[in-house]
Ligand binder design. Structure first.
Ligand code: GTP
Ligand code: SPV
Ligand code: MN
Length: 649
């Protein structure tokens, strides 16, 4: 009763009498209710009724003290950063302009796949039914009843004592026919600051929305005030209760307990991949974990590629590549997510729905990724990196750039950190959150509302053994199979411990918004549609190692050599030959001129029969265990053909 009365009072207070509750039951006005929250910024009355209704619904549940409707202005941003600094949640990195360091509670450092769920009326819509006795690993389903219960145990009263920020944001260039709008409600100012970098947010997004519907995103750190337990690093979170939920039928996300990355910046993985992949299936397009890169060869011919690697497997690096081959130019459109749709002419067109980069810090240096270094020297929020005594940042990979008199404080706050401590200075999943507009090699067409035309789709992973540097799919169907059969070594981007080779179809295992088998079919279906210019598909592996465990390929800027070969194939050049697994470079066709150091081409391109026999068995087991009845026939046929070709080797 108190809750219903409270809801009524809130709507009365904001003069929103078109009540959500159709009729007010007679009630005793002496019932104790908390007063409605104060709107400290913006006006609820100025919002479209459907937005206001969503906010009030969640205000009812979460019971914040204040409401702040974000306008997205620079003044707002500055005042929030100042407040965050006052609260001790971020610290200025004085060596740069407007750069900040946040250190999280060490319990909240990465995406939590085990606590990320999708809720649909039936399980099969979200995940395949695994083979009997097997635990499903491609997504997690929650029944609507369990979801309601789980949300009910978490959200009521979760924003008490806090401010609810209302963030209207556009995924994709404002006004592009390919873009979509979301409204995120959050009680974390850190999230607002990062959403300002990662999305086009504020008044402009509201204007672009008009009367249309939006993706509903609710986020709470799950710590009403006063907190019952002390905060660690001034970083409120609730790891025991963390739950990231999606309701694709309602285009809705509700995330509780984590303030970190993809768990809390809901425009990113939750919206732009999980919800968007479902919208894409319904509407006939693709939402993918892919970078988008423009490449101009020395003859001046420009083309774009999209590339899909699992988390922490090199997307940001490839997206910002500095070509080592003379005469080449590379320009970045996006580093993590691509929304792609075939246009009227049958060309696949891609936009980057994001506005910034949330990139892995360790390994980034002037040598590996100078463009990222230049991008994040201003207006950047760093999370869980180490700090230099001169106000600079530090992480693994920057050892050579530390002057003698500069000391390091680790991400855990350990002063005078040295390598000898045996612990990394920066968390392996520490990140920079930085505006795309600052990237020196940003593509001029990166905000083209029509998207850029894609000529090649590249898949890849971390494969220390057996998988060659590059190979091409025989055709679209074979390409979809290669992507479905992708595997990669685990990384620090999620909660996994230790190194293991995991299946990661399309680099989307943690991000599918619906049944992976139906997703494969959605990709396969494009082959049947008339008039489409299907891009060529490839698989790359920068991470093959020698017996001694050293990388066989120099990687980074030198990857242009592989892209050169890929684009030659797109031009129809006769530089490929058949192998059991796909088309590989003809001898001498991969340009290795001027590479310093010896290169073991044989080891890089070797296709060991015993390895591939095992790989086929492993893939078959995975498909049968995990995808079971939902595996498209075309995919199992492709697997059988691969096996036949390997047997015949
Ligand atoms: P997410 O943001 O998690 O999706 O990661 P990502 O795919 O963008 O990966 P990123 O480019 O940030 O690279 C992750 C790690 O791989 C970094 O430590 C890089 O230094 C390393 N890396 C990237 N490209 C290469 C390469 O070509 N060779 C080698 N050896 N390492 C690479
Ligand atoms: C990934 O894990 O693929 C990321 C980082 O890009 S996060 O946004 O946290 O998902
Ligand atoms: Mn990613």
């Amino acid at each position: 009763m108190a809750a219903i009365l409270r809801g009524f009072l809130i709507r009365q207070a904001y003069n929103c009498t078109k009540s959500l509750v159709a009729s007010m039951p007679a009630c005793n006005l002496t019932t104790q209710v908390t007063p409605p929250p104060k709107v400290v910024k913006g006006k609820l009355e100025d919002l479209q009724p459907h937005i206001r209704q969503y906010i009030l619904e969640k205000v009812d549940v979460c019971q914040p003290d204040n409401i702040h409707i974000c306008d997205g202005t620079e003044e707002e941003n500055v005042s929030m950063l100042n407040q965050l600094e006052k609260d001790g949640m971020i610290k200025r990195l004085t060596k740069y302009s407007n750069c900040w360091l946040a250190r999280t509670d060490p319990k909240d450092v990465a995406r939590v796949e085990s606590k990320t769920v999708i809720s649909t009326p039936t399980m099969r819509e979200t995940v395949p039914i695994p083979r009997e006795g097997v635990k499903g690993t491609v997504g997690k389903w929650m029944s609507p009843e369990d979801l309601e219960k789980a949300l009910g145990e978490r959200f009521p009263g979760c924003m008490k004592g806090r401010t609810m920020f209302v963030i209207p944001f556009s995924m994709g260039p404002l006004g592009s026919p390919l873009s979509k709008i979301g409204i995120q409600l959050t009680d974390s100012m850190y999230v607002v600051a990062c959403m300002k970098i990662m999305t086009r947010m504020g008044k402009k997004a509201l204007a672009a929305l008009g009367q249309d519907d939006f993706v509903r995103c609710l986020h709470s750190v799950g710590q009403p005030l006063p907190m019952k337990t002390p905060m660690v690093n001034n970083w409120p979170c609730n790891p025991e209760k963390t739950l990231v939920t999606h309701i694709p039928d309602r285009r809705e996300i509700q995330s509780f307990g984590s303030g970190y990355g993809g768990n809390s910046l809901l425009g990113k993985k939750c919206f732009a991949l999980r919800i968007a992949s479902r919208i894409a299936k319904d509407e006939g397009w693709l939402a993918e974990h892919m970078l988008i890169l423009g490449l101009t060869n020395p003859q001046g011919h420009k083309r774009y590629i999209a590339a899909s690697f699992p988390s922490a497997c090199g997307k940001t690096n490839l997206a910002m590549i500095t070509p080592t081959l003379p005469g080449w130019k590379a320009e970045c459109v996006g580093d993590d997510i691509a929304w792609m749709k075939f246009d009227k002419e049958g060309r696949l067109r891609a936009i980057n729905p994001e506005y910034g980069f949330f990139g892995v810090a360790p390994g980034t240096s002037d040598k590996t990724n100078p463009n990222a270094m230049r991008t994040c020297e201003s207006n950047t929020v760093f999370t869980n990196v180490a700090e230099r005594s001169d106000g600079g940042f530090f992480w693994e990979g920057l050892e050579k750039e530390i002057p003698k008199d500069v000391s390091i404080t680790s991400w855990l706050g350990q002063e005078n950190w040295t390598k000898e401590s045996g612990k990394p200075a920066a968390h392996p999943n520490s990140r920079f959150c930085t505006p795309a507009s600052q990237c020196p090699n940003l593509d001029p067409a990166w905000e083209d509302p029509e998207g850029v035309p894609i000529d090649a789709i590249v898949f890849g992973g971390r494969r220390p053994k057996g998988v060659p540097l590059v190979y091409e799919a025989f055709d679209w169907k074979h390409g979809v199979f290669i992507a479905a059969a992708m595997r990669s070594e685990t990384t620090a981007a999620a909660e996994f411990k230790g190194k293991a080779i995991m299946h990661d179809p399309f680099a989307m295992r943690p991000f599918f918004g619906y049944n992976v088998g139906h997703y494969f079919q959605h990709w396969l279906d494009f082959q049947q549609k008339p008039g489409l210019q299907l891009p060529k598909m490839f698989h790359v592996n920068w991470f093959r190692t020698s017996e001694q465990g050293k990388f066989l390929w120099p990687g980074f800027g030198e990857n242009t050599r592989v892209l050169d070969w890929i684009l030659k194939r797109c031009d129809g050049e006769d530089v490929a030959q058949n192998s059991a697994i796909g088309l590989v470079p003809k001898e001498g066709s991969l340009n290795v001129d001027g590479l310093d150091g010896p290169l073991d081409m044989k080891a890089l391109f070797n296709i060991p029969k015993d390895f591939w026999m095992e790989e086929v068995q492993e893939i078959r087991k995975y498909f049968e265990d995990q995808i079971n009845d939902d595996l498209p026939k075309d995919i199992s046929n492709e697997l059988n053909s691969l096996e036949d070709r390997i047997k015949a080797m």
